[in-house]
Design a protein around this ligand. Structure first.
Ligand SMILES: C[S@@+](CC[C@H](N)C(=O)[O-])C[C@H]1O[C@@H](n2cnc3c(N)ncnc32)[C@H](O)[C@@H]1O
Length: 380
Protein backbone atom coordinates (compact mmCIF):
# COMPACT_ATOMS: atom_id res chain seq x y z
CA UNK A 1 0.00 0.00 0.00
CA UNK A 2 1.41 3.37 -1.02
CA UNK A 3 0.88 6.12 1.56
CA UNK A 4 2.30 9.54 2.36
CA UNK A 5 4.14 7.76 5.17
CA UNK A 6 5.82 5.26 2.83
CA UNK A 7 5.25 1.98 1.02
CA UNK A 8 3.92 -0.81 3.18
CA UNK A 9 3.80 -4.57 2.62
CA UNK A 10 0.66 -5.78 4.40
CA UNK A 11 -0.84 -9.23 4.91
CA UNK A 12 -3.94 -10.72 6.47
CA UNK A 13 -3.76 -13.35 9.20
CA UNK A 14 -3.36 -16.27 8.95
CA UNK A 15 -1.25 -15.71 5.86
CA UNK A 16 -2.33 -17.85 2.94
CA UNK A 17 -0.38 -17.54 -0.32
CA UNK A 18 -3.52 -18.63 -2.24
CA UNK A 19 -5.51 -15.80 -0.68
CA UNK A 20 -5.84 -13.07 -3.29
CA UNK A 21 -7.60 -10.68 -0.94
CA UNK A 22 -5.60 -7.61 0.05
CA UNK A 23 -5.05 -6.48 3.62
CA UNK A 24 -6.35 -2.95 2.87
CA UNK A 25 -8.88 -1.29 0.61
CA UNK A 26 -9.72 2.02 -1.06
CA UNK A 27 -11.32 3.34 2.13
CA UNK A 28 -8.03 2.96 4.06
CA UNK A 29 -6.20 4.73 1.21
CA UNK A 30 -8.80 7.52 1.05
CA UNK A 31 -8.56 8.23 4.78
CA UNK A 32 -4.74 8.27 4.77
CA UNK A 33 -4.67 10.51 1.69
CA UNK A 34 -7.10 12.93 3.34
CA UNK A 35 -5.02 13.12 6.54
CA UNK A 36 -1.85 13.83 4.54
CA UNK A 37 -3.35 16.22 1.94
CA UNK A 38 -5.26 18.29 4.50
CA UNK A 39 -2.33 18.28 6.94
CA UNK A 40 -4.60 17.03 9.74
CA UNK A 41 -2.72 17.44 13.04
CA UNK A 42 -2.19 13.95 14.40
CA UNK A 43 -1.22 15.04 17.87
CA UNK A 44 -2.34 13.91 21.30
CA UNK A 45 -4.04 10.53 21.57
CA UNK A 46 -4.83 9.09 18.15
CA UNK A 47 -7.37 6.25 18.31
CA UNK A 48 -8.14 3.97 15.36
CA UNK A 49 -11.29 1.86 15.59
CA UNK A 50 -12.15 -0.95 13.18
CA UNK A 51 -8.78 -1.11 11.38
CA UNK A 52 -9.24 -4.48 9.61
CA UNK A 53 -5.70 -5.88 9.28
CA UNK A 54 -3.66 -3.05 10.76
CA UNK A 55 -3.13 -1.00 7.58
CA UNK A 56 -4.11 2.27 9.28
CA UNK A 57 -2.05 1.93 12.46
CA UNK A 58 0.95 0.62 10.52
CA UNK A 59 0.86 3.69 8.23
CA UNK A 60 0.36 6.03 11.20
CA UNK A 61 2.77 4.27 13.59
CA UNK A 62 4.93 7.41 13.95
CA UNK A 63 1.96 9.07 15.68
CA UNK A 64 1.83 6.29 18.30
CA UNK A 65 -1.84 5.39 17.69
CA UNK A 66 -4.09 3.18 19.79
CA UNK A 67 -5.85 0.45 17.83
CA UNK A 68 -9.18 -0.92 19.09
CA UNK A 69 -10.31 -4.16 17.45
CA UNK A 70 -12.93 -6.86 18.00
CA UNK A 71 -10.91 -9.45 16.06
CA UNK A 72 -8.05 -11.66 17.21
CA UNK A 73 -7.13 -12.36 13.56
CA UNK A 74 -7.07 -8.60 12.86
CA UNK A 75 -4.89 -8.00 15.91
CA UNK A 76 -2.45 -10.76 14.92
CA UNK A 77 -2.25 -9.36 11.37
CA UNK A 78 -1.50 -5.95 12.89
CA UNK A 79 1.35 -7.37 14.98
CA UNK A 80 2.90 -9.03 11.90
CA UNK A 81 2.42 -5.93 9.71
CA UNK A 82 3.96 -3.63 12.33
CA UNK A 83 6.94 -5.91 12.74
CA UNK A 84 7.46 -6.21 8.99
CA UNK A 85 7.36 -2.40 8.72
CA UNK A 86 10.09 -2.20 11.39
CA UNK A 87 7.85 -0.36 13.86
CA UNK A 88 9.36 -0.31 17.34
CA UNK A 89 7.38 -2.61 19.68
CA UNK A 90 5.14 -0.58 21.97
CA UNK A 91 4.73 2.34 19.52
CA UNK A 92 1.22 1.18 18.73
CA UNK A 93 -1.06 0.20 21.59
CA UNK A 94 -3.27 -2.77 20.74
CA UNK A 95 -6.57 -2.76 22.64
CA UNK A 96 -9.66 -4.90 22.14
CA UNK A 97 -13.26 -3.75 22.05
CA UNK A 98 -13.66 -5.23 25.54
CA UNK A 99 -10.84 -3.14 27.09
CA UNK A 100 -11.53 0.23 28.74
CA UNK A 101 -10.87 2.87 26.05
CA UNK A 102 -8.40 5.77 26.60
CA UNK A 103 -9.65 8.59 28.89
CA UNK A 104 -9.06 11.29 26.29
CA UNK A 105 -9.17 11.02 22.51
CA UNK A 106 -7.76 13.85 20.35
CA UNK A 107 -8.03 12.18 16.94
CA UNK A 108 -10.62 9.46 16.32
CA UNK A 109 -10.35 7.51 13.07
CA UNK A 110 -13.14 5.02 12.43
CA UNK A 111 -13.01 2.34 9.76
CA UNK A 112 -16.76 1.63 9.69
CA UNK A 113 -17.34 -1.96 10.83
CA UNK A 114 -19.68 -4.43 9.17
CA UNK A 115 -21.82 -4.51 12.29
CA UNK A 116 -23.82 -1.37 13.06
CA UNK A 117 -24.18 -2.65 16.63
CA UNK A 118 -20.42 -2.72 17.04
CA UNK A 119 -20.19 0.87 15.76
CA UNK A 120 -22.94 1.95 18.15
CA UNK A 121 -21.18 0.31 21.09
CA UNK A 122 -17.73 1.64 20.18
CA UNK A 123 -18.90 5.23 19.64
CA UNK A 124 -20.86 4.99 22.90
CA UNK A 125 -17.79 3.78 24.82
CA UNK A 126 -15.53 6.44 23.28
CA UNK A 127 -17.92 9.39 23.47
CA UNK A 128 -16.99 10.42 27.05
CA UNK A 129 -13.33 10.69 25.95
CA UNK A 130 -14.11 12.84 22.90
CA UNK A 131 -13.97 16.63 23.37
CA UNK A 132 -14.89 19.66 21.27
CA UNK A 133 -11.43 19.73 19.66
CA UNK A 134 -11.32 16.04 18.75
CA UNK A 135 -10.87 15.42 15.04
CA UNK A 136 -13.29 12.64 14.03
CA UNK A 137 -12.97 11.08 10.58
CA UNK A 138 -14.67 7.87 9.51
CA UNK A 139 -14.09 5.86 6.37
CA UNK A 140 -15.70 2.96 4.56
CA UNK A 141 -16.73 1.64 1.20
CA UNK A 142 -19.84 3.36 -0.20
CA UNK A 143 -21.86 0.15 0.18
CA UNK A 144 -20.99 0.00 3.90
CA UNK A 145 -22.06 3.55 4.76
CA UNK A 146 -25.81 3.93 5.15
CA UNK A 147 -28.06 6.66 6.51
CA UNK A 148 -28.23 4.60 9.72
CA UNK A 149 -24.41 4.72 9.98
CA UNK A 150 -24.35 8.52 9.75
CA UNK A 151 -27.25 8.78 12.16
CA UNK A 152 -25.24 6.87 14.76
CA UNK A 153 -22.35 9.35 14.52
CA UNK A 154 -24.86 12.18 14.75
CA UNK A 155 -26.78 10.79 17.76
CA UNK A 156 -23.68 9.76 19.73
CA UNK A 157 -20.99 12.31 18.80
CA UNK A 158 -22.41 15.29 16.90
CA UNK A 159 -23.19 16.84 13.47
CA UNK A 160 -21.96 14.62 10.63
CA UNK A 161 -21.47 14.94 6.88
CA UNK A 162 -19.84 12.81 4.20
CA UNK A 163 -17.30 13.42 1.44
CA UNK A 164 -17.69 12.72 -2.24
CA UNK A 165 -17.01 9.10 -3.16
CA UNK A 166 -13.58 8.18 -4.50
CA UNK A 167 -12.90 4.70 -5.86
CA UNK A 168 -16.18 3.59 -4.23
CA UNK A 169 -15.01 4.78 -0.80
CA UNK A 170 -16.34 7.64 1.27
CA UNK A 171 -15.22 9.65 4.28
CA UNK A 172 -17.35 10.71 7.24
CA UNK A 173 -16.66 14.02 9.00
CA UNK A 174 -18.13 14.51 12.43
CA UNK A 175 -17.93 17.60 14.65
CA UNK A 176 -18.13 16.49 18.28
CA UNK A 177 -20.79 18.19 20.37
CA UNK A 178 -20.00 17.30 24.00
CA UNK A 179 -23.23 18.82 25.31
CA UNK A 180 -25.28 16.32 23.30
CA UNK A 181 -27.65 14.17 25.39
CA UNK A 182 -26.45 10.76 24.28
CA UNK A 183 -28.71 7.71 24.16
CA UNK A 184 -27.77 4.97 26.65
CA UNK A 185 -25.60 2.28 25.15
CA UNK A 186 -27.89 -0.77 24.73
CA UNK A 187 -24.94 -3.22 24.75
CA UNK A 188 -24.44 -5.90 26.04
CA UNK A 189 -27.92 -7.19 25.24
CA UNK A 190 -29.45 -10.12 27.09
CA UNK A 191 -32.57 -12.13 26.33
CA UNK A 192 -34.21 -15.41 27.28
CA UNK A 193 -33.95 -18.34 24.88
CA UNK A 194 -37.21 -19.87 23.60
CA UNK A 195 -38.59 -23.27 24.63
CA UNK A 196 -38.11 -26.44 22.58
CA UNK A 197 -34.31 -26.31 22.28
CA UNK A 198 -33.31 -28.96 24.80
CA UNK A 199 -31.13 -28.05 27.79
CA UNK A 200 -30.89 -24.41 26.68
CA UNK A 201 -34.68 -23.86 26.74
CA UNK A 202 -35.68 -20.75 28.67
CA UNK A 203 -32.06 -19.98 29.54
CA UNK A 204 -30.38 -16.58 29.55
CA UNK A 205 -28.02 -15.47 26.81
CA UNK A 206 -25.70 -12.46 26.87
CA UNK A 207 -24.55 -10.72 23.67
CA UNK A 208 -21.84 -8.12 23.40
CA UNK A 209 -22.04 -5.86 20.34
CA UNK A 210 -20.59 -7.42 17.20
CA UNK A 211 -21.27 -11.03 18.18
CA UNK A 212 -22.88 -13.32 15.58
CA UNK A 213 -26.69 -12.94 15.59
CA UNK A 214 -26.67 -10.74 18.71
CA UNK A 215 -30.35 -9.84 18.88
CA UNK A 216 -32.07 -13.20 18.35
CA UNK A 217 -31.34 -16.91 18.17
CA UNK A 218 -29.92 -17.82 14.76
CA UNK A 219 -32.14 -20.40 13.01
CA UNK A 220 -29.16 -22.67 12.27
CA UNK A 221 -28.08 -22.53 15.92
CA UNK A 222 -31.67 -23.27 16.97
CA UNK A 223 -31.68 -26.38 14.76
CA UNK A 224 -28.30 -27.45 16.21
CA UNK A 225 -29.58 -27.00 19.80
CA UNK A 226 -32.46 -29.36 18.97
CA UNK A 227 -30.07 -32.11 17.82
CA UNK A 228 -27.01 -31.95 20.07
CA UNK A 229 -25.32 -35.25 20.98
CA UNK A 230 -25.81 -37.05 24.29
CA UNK A 231 -22.82 -36.45 26.47
CA UNK A 232 -22.03 -38.35 29.67
CA UNK A 233 -19.17 -38.34 32.13
CA UNK A 234 -16.00 -36.26 32.19
CA UNK A 235 -15.88 -35.53 28.48
CA UNK A 236 -13.70 -32.76 27.05
CA UNK A 237 -15.93 -30.76 24.69
CA UNK A 238 -15.08 -27.80 22.44
CA UNK A 239 -17.55 -25.16 21.27
CA UNK A 240 -15.55 -24.08 18.22
CA UNK A 241 -16.52 -20.60 16.97
CA UNK A 242 -18.64 -20.23 20.10
CA UNK A 243 -20.24 -16.83 19.39
CA UNK A 244 -22.43 -16.04 22.42
CA UNK A 245 -21.75 -19.53 23.82
CA UNK A 246 -25.28 -20.99 23.69
CA UNK A 247 -24.14 -24.31 22.20
CA UNK A 248 -21.36 -24.99 24.74
CA UNK A 249 -23.57 -23.78 27.59
CA UNK A 250 -26.35 -26.17 26.49
CA UNK A 251 -23.81 -29.05 26.57
CA UNK A 252 -22.56 -28.01 30.01
CA UNK A 253 -26.14 -27.82 31.33
CA UNK A 254 -26.91 -31.29 29.96
CA UNK A 255 -23.69 -32.79 31.33
CA UNK A 256 -22.23 -30.89 34.31
CA UNK A 257 -19.31 -33.35 34.45
CA UNK A 258 -18.07 -32.22 31.03
CA UNK A 259 -15.23 -29.76 30.64
CA UNK A 260 -16.10 -27.23 27.94
CA UNK A 261 -13.63 -25.10 26.00
CA UNK A 262 -15.23 -22.08 24.30
CA UNK A 263 -13.11 -20.67 21.44
CA UNK A 264 -13.71 -17.78 19.06
CA UNK A 265 -11.58 -15.29 17.16
CA UNK A 266 -13.92 -12.46 18.20
CA UNK A 267 -13.21 -10.73 21.52
CA UNK A 268 -16.88 -9.80 22.07
CA UNK A 269 -17.88 -13.41 21.32
CA UNK A 270 -15.64 -14.90 24.00
CA UNK A 271 -16.74 -12.25 26.51
CA UNK A 272 -20.39 -13.07 25.68
CA UNK A 273 -19.82 -16.84 25.98
CA UNK A 274 -18.29 -16.44 29.43
CA UNK A 275 -21.18 -14.25 30.60
CA UNK A 276 -23.79 -16.58 29.08
CA UNK A 277 -22.19 -19.55 30.86
CA UNK A 278 -22.00 -17.71 34.19
CA UNK A 279 -25.54 -16.30 33.88
CA UNK A 280 -26.85 -19.87 33.88
CA UNK A 281 -25.06 -20.92 37.06
CA UNK A 282 -23.57 -24.00 35.39
CA UNK A 283 -21.69 -26.22 37.83
CA UNK A 284 -18.72 -27.48 35.85
CA UNK A 285 -15.37 -26.72 34.31
CA UNK A 286 -15.07 -24.29 31.45
CA UNK A 287 -12.34 -22.39 29.68
CA UNK A 288 -12.83 -19.32 27.49
CA UNK A 289 -10.21 -18.65 24.86
CA UNK A 290 -9.77 -16.07 22.10
CA UNK A 291 -7.83 -17.67 19.27
CA UNK A 292 -7.63 -18.88 15.70
CA UNK A 293 -9.55 -22.15 15.49
CA UNK A 294 -8.01 -24.79 17.73
CA UNK A 295 -4.41 -23.61 17.47
CA UNK A 296 -2.70 -24.34 20.76
CA UNK A 297 -5.04 -27.25 21.59
CA UNK A 298 -3.00 -30.50 21.77
CA UNK A 299 -3.58 -33.34 19.29
CA UNK A 300 -5.77 -36.27 20.41
CA UNK A 301 -7.04 -34.39 23.49
CA UNK A 302 -10.74 -33.77 22.86
CA UNK A 303 -13.82 -36.03 22.88
CA UNK A 304 -16.32 -33.84 21.07
CA UNK A 305 -16.16 -30.72 18.88
CA UNK A 306 -19.33 -28.73 18.12
CA UNK A 307 -19.21 -26.27 15.25
CA UNK A 308 -21.50 -23.87 13.42
CA UNK A 309 -18.85 -22.57 11.00
CA UNK A 310 -18.76 -19.03 9.64
CA UNK A 311 -19.48 -18.64 5.96
CA UNK A 312 -18.43 -14.99 5.72
CA UNK A 313 -14.98 -13.96 6.80
CA UNK A 314 -14.25 -10.25 6.93
CA UNK A 315 -16.51 -9.42 3.97
CA UNK A 316 -15.41 -12.42 1.88
CA UNK A 317 -17.71 -15.39 1.32
CA UNK A 318 -15.53 -18.38 1.85
CA UNK A 319 -15.58 -21.94 3.07
CA UNK A 320 -11.86 -21.75 3.83
CA UNK A 321 -12.48 -21.10 7.54
CA UNK A 322 -14.90 -24.03 7.80
CA UNK A 323 -12.33 -26.32 6.17
CA UNK A 324 -9.62 -25.11 8.56
CA UNK A 325 -11.94 -25.66 11.53
CA UNK A 326 -12.74 -29.23 10.44
CA UNK A 327 -9.00 -29.95 9.94
CA UNK A 328 -8.26 -28.56 13.41
CA UNK A 329 -11.06 -30.68 14.87
CA UNK A 330 -9.65 -33.83 13.28
CA UNK A 331 -6.18 -33.12 14.71
CA UNK A 332 -7.38 -32.38 18.25
CA UNK A 333 -9.98 -35.15 18.57
CA UNK A 334 -8.89 -38.42 20.17
CA UNK A 335 -9.49 -41.55 18.09
CA UNK A 336 -13.21 -42.27 18.39
CA UNK A 337 -13.93 -38.58 19.07
CA UNK A 338 -16.66 -36.81 17.09
CA UNK A 339 -17.12 -33.54 15.24
CA UNK A 340 -20.73 -32.32 15.01
CA UNK A 341 -21.45 -29.59 12.49
CA UNK A 342 -24.54 -27.59 11.56
CA UNK A 343 -24.73 -25.83 8.21
CA UNK A 344 -26.91 -24.69 5.36
CA UNK A 345 -27.55 -27.80 3.26
CA UNK A 346 -26.33 -26.08 0.07
CA UNK A 347 -22.84 -25.62 1.57
CA UNK A 348 -22.05 -29.31 1.04
CA UNK A 349 -20.01 -29.75 4.24
CA UNK A 350 -20.52 -33.54 4.02
CA UNK A 351 -18.10 -33.62 1.05
CA UNK A 352 -15.35 -31.84 3.00
CA UNK A 353 -15.93 -34.00 6.09
CA UNK A 354 -15.76 -37.19 4.05
CA UNK A 355 -12.46 -36.04 2.53
CA UNK A 356 -10.96 -35.21 5.92
CA UNK A 357 -12.45 -37.91 8.17
CA UNK A 358 -13.31 -40.63 5.63
CA UNK A 359 -16.91 -40.51 6.91
CA UNK A 360 -19.86 -38.19 7.44
CA UNK A 361 -23.24 -39.12 8.83
CA UNK A 362 -26.45 -37.13 8.53
CA UNK A 363 -27.87 -36.68 12.04
CA UNK A 364 -30.82 -34.42 11.21
CA UNK A 365 -32.09 -32.27 8.38
CA UNK A 366 -34.84 -29.81 7.56
CA UNK A 367 -35.43 -27.95 4.29
CA UNK A 368 -32.66 -25.47 5.14
CA UNK A 369 -30.14 -27.06 7.50
CA UNK A 370 -28.26 -30.29 8.15
CA UNK A 371 -26.53 -31.54 11.28
CA UNK A 372 -23.61 -33.78 10.35
CA UNK A 373 -21.34 -36.00 12.43
CA UNK A 374 -17.83 -37.18 11.53
CA UNK A 375 -15.87 -39.65 13.63
CA UNK A 376 -12.09 -39.66 13.90
CA UNK A 377 -11.14 -43.28 13.23
CA UNK A 378 -7.40 -43.15 14.00
CA UNK A 379 -4.59 -40.71 14.77
CA UNK A 380 -2.80 -40.87 11.40
C1 LIG B 1 -21.85 -18.91 12.50
S1 LIG B 1 -21.08 -18.25 13.94
C2 LIG B 1 -21.58 -19.42 15.17
C3 LIG B 1 -21.67 -18.86 16.56
C4 LIG B 1 -22.32 -19.78 17.61
N1 LIG B 1 -21.60 -21.02 17.73
C5 LIG B 1 -23.77 -20.04 17.24
O1 LIG B 1 -24.06 -21.13 16.75
O2 LIG B 1 -24.60 -19.15 17.46
C6 LIG B 1 -19.38 -18.62 13.63
C7 LIG B 1 -18.39 -18.11 14.68
O3 LIG B 1 -17.06 -18.47 14.26
C8 LIG B 1 -16.18 -17.45 14.67
N2 LIG B 1 -14.92 -17.55 13.89
C9 LIG B 1 -14.67 -17.12 12.63
N3 LIG B 1 -13.39 -17.39 12.28
C10 LIG B 1 -12.83 -18.01 13.35
C11 LIG B 1 -11.53 -18.53 13.61
N4 LIG B 1 -10.58 -18.49 12.68
N5 LIG B 1 -11.29 -19.09 14.82
C12 LIG B 1 -12.27 -19.14 15.77
N6 LIG B 1 -13.52 -18.67 15.57
C13 LIG B 1 -13.80 -18.11 14.39
C14 LIG B 1 -16.98 -16.18 14.41
O4 LIG B 1 -16.46 -15.09 15.16
C15 LIG B 1 -18.38 -16.61 14.85
O5 LIG B 1 -18.62 -16.30 16.21
Amino acid sequence: MTTAWGELALTRFPEDPRDRLRAWDASDEYLLRHLADEGVALSGTVVVVGDRWGALVTALAAHRPVQITDSFLGQEATRVNLERAGVEPGSVQLLTTQDPPPDRVDVLLVRVPKSLALLEDQLGRLAPAVHRGTVVVGTGMVKEIHTSTLRLFERILGPTRTSLAEKKARLIFCTPEPSLVRPTNPWPYGYTLPDGIGAASGRAVVNHAGVFCADRLDIGTRFFLQHLPDSRGAQRIVDLGCGNGVVGTAMALANPEAEVLFVDESFPAVASAEETYKANGVQGHAEFRVGDGLSGVPADSVDLVLNNPPFHSHQATTDATARRMFTDARRTLRPGGELWVVGNRHLGYHVTLRKLFGNSQLVASDPKFVVLKAVKRSSD
